[in-house]
Design a protein around this ligand. Structure first.
Ligand code: PEP
Length: 247
């Protein structure tokens, strides 16, 4: 059985003080969650968040990282630096990184491998753009993104990877994929993993992300292959996020 995992992607929101206040509100609300709970604040809040989360059931994630060990990469943050701050998860290949920061399937793959080698859980984002959906190539896109991201990832490591299926047109728009559509595409992603790793694919958790909120979480989480959610907007308010977590 796959344990559901619900992660909040705060994007570029919250100062360290605001992060600590939000975590302080959230902790009692999710203390009895059945799901694995993760918050991913911006880099600047990670140290404060680690302190605020100590002793709680909420894990700490980052929103990105570099794949080099160290060196002349101005503005970047390494996997070792995240690990040293107490980070356990890292979002990789979010569509905003792919769209605005020229993240490619090749850099996503390097980051997934570096995260695994450092003992971080990669939350690998895949998903089609609106034009791709309209062209009827959603399955091809997510299959390709998934397989390229997992290139040279060992069978021993693949079950540690969390995949987030995030249709780009549903992120921050209030539009959600129907639960059947989301489940079908997640099955397509699992099949791509199965083609590479056989039955290990059954252990890989695949989240849905894209305007998931307290109203639609129940229906989405009731689907056979949806193992959790990656939550943007609704993760910025403790009450909303806790309702998603306690779906
Ligand atoms: C996201 O950024 O990963 C996301 C799913 O955002 P939202 O929930 O706001 O659509």
């Amino acid at each position: 059985m796959r344990k559901p995992i619900i992660a909040g992607n705060w994007k570029m929101n919250k100062t360290p003080d605001e992060a600590m206040a939000l975590i302080g509100e959230l902790k009692p609300l999710v203390a009895d969650a059945k799901a694995e709970v993760v918050v991913c604040p911006p880099y600047a809040c990670l140290a404060a968040a680690a302190q605020a989360l100590a002793g709680s059931n909420i894990g700490l994630g980052a929103q990105n990282m570099d794949y080099h060990d160290s060196g002349a990469y101005t503005g970047e943050v390494s996997a070792d630096m995240l690990k040293a701050l107490g980070v356990e998860y890292v979002i990789i290949g979010h569509s905003e990184r792919r769209q605005y920061y020229a993240e490619t399937d090749a850099t996503v793959n390097l980051k997934v491998k570096k995260a695994l080698a450092t003992g971080l859980v990669p939350i690998l984002c895949v998903g089609e753009m609106l034009e791709e959906r309209e062209q009827g190539i959603t399955a091809e896109i997510v299959r390709m993104q998934t397989k390229l991201a997992l290139l040279d990832v060992s069978a021993a490591d693949v079950a540690k990877v969390v995949i987030a299926y995030e249709p780009v047109w549903a992120i921050g728009t209030g539009k959600t994929a129907t639960s059947d559509d989301a489940n079908d595409t997640i099955k397509t992603i699992r099949q791509a993993v199965r083609e590479l790793y056989g039955d290990k694919a059954e252990e890989v958790r695949i989240q849905y992300g894209g305007s998931m909120n307290p109203k639609n979480v129940g229906e989405l989480m009731a689907m056979s292959d949806i193992d959790g959610g990656l939550i943007g907007g609704a993760s910025l308010k403790a009450e909303d996020f806790s309702k998603v977590v306690n779906y």
